[in-house]
Structure formats: C-alpha cells, structure tokens
Write a protein that binds this ligand. Structure first.
Ligand SMILES: [Zn+2]
Ligand SMILES: [Zn+2]
Length: 338
C-alpha cells in the first residue's frame, strides 16, 4: 500500500502536502508535446468527467419531465427537479462527508490540513459549526439556485427560444463542445471568482464561502445566494452558443457536482478499498482557501491564473512567487496612503 509520505511531506503541525508540482494542462505548452498531451487526456475524462457524463445521461433520460410540460413555467416541475437535485446532492456530497469526516475512515492519510473542522467551534458560522452552516447554506440557497438555472435553460430549449442542435446532424461539433465544457467552466469561474474577490463585493458576497479555511465536501456549495446563482449560471452559456440540452446539463453537473473537487481536503480518496485511490484534484483550490489571492480558476485547463500571475503550483518556488507579489501589493498600497 502506498503511504502518503512517499509522494508528499508532513510538517510539524501534521499538515500534509504533495511533493509534485501542480501543472496546468499541457495543451498550451510550447513547443507542443504530443506525448504529454496523450498522457494527460485520460485524466481529463476519468474519473470525474466520466461520472458527470453518467449522471447527465441518467438525469436526461430518467428524471427530466416531458418537453411539452417544460414549455410552460410552473412550480410543479420546478419543485420536482429541486427535490431530485436535493436528494442527489445529499447522497453524493453526504457520502464523502460521512466517509472522510464523520467516520474518518481514511484518517489523516493524504489530508492537507491535520485538523478536522468539526472539532472546532467558530463564531463565523451559523450555530458556530462549520458543518451545519455549510450544509444549511447548500440546501437553502445553492441547490435552489442551481435548479433556477436549470429551469431557465430547459424552458428556453423547450419553447424553441434558442437553437437546439441535434446529435444526428452535428455529432463532431457537439462532441467537441463536450470537450470544451471544462474550459468554459474554468473561464467562467475565473472571471466571476476574481470579480468576487474585489472589495466591497468580497465582504458582501464571497466571504461566506471563505469562512471555511479548512474546507470539507459540504463547503463546496456553501455560498452567498449571489454566488450560488452566478456559479451555476455557467450552464447559461449554452443559450448563447449553439448547443444541445445534454451539453448544457453536463455543464451544470460539472459545476454542481464538480464543486467537490477543490473541497475534499484530501489529495487522494480511497473509494473502493484501502490502498486504492482516486485523485481528488483538490490541491489548487485548497491553496486558494489557504492563501486567498492565488488560483482563482480550477486546475489550469485554461491557464488563466498563470497568465495573470496568480498561479501557485504548490512548491516552495510557488510560495516565494506569491509572497513577492503580496509584498509588492503591500508596498503599492502603503505608497497610496502615504
Ligand atoms: Zn472553495
Ligand atoms: Zn475565493
């Protein structure tokens, strides 16, 4: 069985970090490295996007009401979809939370922060409890707003307000668009996320999400309602670009269920059995929760963080680059106030 100390290091406090440098997608490397791209491709699909495709298809064929029903906006099918979404979120996020943070079946193996947030009370949270606070915000705000976005695009497709490209007529384009969804997600998230870090929007909106410095699965969708809507609104791009409801739904599931990548708190997850791990893909966003002004996007499918100088690759050099940037910012602010 692989020990976490083989691929990472643990400090005196017990916090663990991977040794390997975080890398952005090799698609943008120059000169083009085909071998590296081919080695990277399976990880783009497996396991997370394969899972999102599976939930999308199951949802599309077994959950969605008739298109005729969705031509009229009504509470009936909206609340039905909300109910399904709530159950799915409860089961999916709840399973990981139960396994990793309640039963603690993996202990501290591959865990970034040695502490379990449930052990400490804090005034910033509802009922002083991060888990209860995150859980309630998820179900009171974020899942309903996820459903609002969903109802908007389903209704738009049902009424023919926007073009609906079929798989029979546009197979190559739609498959290509499926592969582009992670890029759309990353660009959308980078822009709204960076904007939400600017004052005063930060203290009004995004601060809520950052209360969880040591995130767990329930932190993923713990958002202010404005963020809860904007985050899921990524699926509405499929009303602007010619698309298909399956692709739009896939985009939505990538956001809604994919938010867990980033908030596991663990680098690898033992899902099947002890010693068998799947990557959590959480480290870039974990660093964002720790240092704030780094890694606004995701894992660098589109390396916007790198382009704008926010990329923290998890190494000592990454740390030095960040500290130099913070120092410069501080000097600039001092100059202004002087
Ligand atoms: Zn987060
Ligand atoms: Zn943030």
């Amino acid at each position: 069985m692989m020990e976490d100390t083989e691929i990472g290091t643990r400090n005196k406090r017990g916090d663990w970090q991977p040794k390997k440098r975080l890398e952005t997608a090799p698609l943008w490397d120059w000169p083009v490295n085909i071998k590296k791209i081919l080695a990277w491709l399976p990880g783009l699909v497996w396991p997370w996007n394969a899972f999102h495709i599976a939930t999308t298809l199951a949802y599309f064929y077994f959950v969605l009401p008739e298109w005729e029903t969705m031509q009229t906006l009504s509470w009936g099918w909206g609340l039905y979809l909300l109910g399904v979404n709530m159950v799915c979120v409860f089961l999916f996020y709840g399973a990981f939370e139960l396994m990793l943070y309640k039963k603690r079946s993996q202990g501290n193996r591959f865990k970034y922060n040695a502490k379990f947030p449930g052990d400490n009370k804090s005034d910033v949270f509802w009922f002083k409890d991060q888990n209860i606070d995150n859980f309630l915000r998820t179900f009171i705000f974020s899942v309903p707003l996820w459903t609002v976005v969903e109802v908007i695009f389903l209704h738009a497709y049902a009424t023919g307000m926007v073009p609906w490209l079929t798989w029979a007529d546009n197979p190559y384009y739609l498959v290509a668009l499926m592969f582009l969804t992670p890029a759309i997600h990353e660009a959308h998230f980078f822009v709204i996320h960076w904007a939400m870090h600017q004052e005063p929007i930060y203290k009004w909106v995004h601060k809520i999400h950052h209360n969880s410095i040591n995130p767990t699965p329930w932190s993923s969708l713990s958002m202010h309602p404005v963020e809860g809507f904007l985050y899921h609104a990524v699926a509405l791009w499929h009303l602007v670009i010619p698309s298909n409801p399956i692709v739009a739904l896939f985009q939505l599931h990538q956001a809604g269920f994919g938010a867990i990548n980033g908030h596991f708190g663990y680098d690898r997850i033992e899902v099947v059995k002890k010693g068998k791990y799947i990557p959590s893909e959480s480290y870039p966003h974990y660093l964002h929760h720790k240092y704030f002004d780094v890694n606004y996007g995701g894992e660098g499918f589109v390396p916007l963080d790198k382009m704008f100088g926010f990329w923290h690759d998890g190494t000592k050099e990454g740390d030095q680059l960040m500290r130099a940037r913070f120092q410069k910012k501080k000097e600039k602010m001092n100059q202004k106030s002087a």
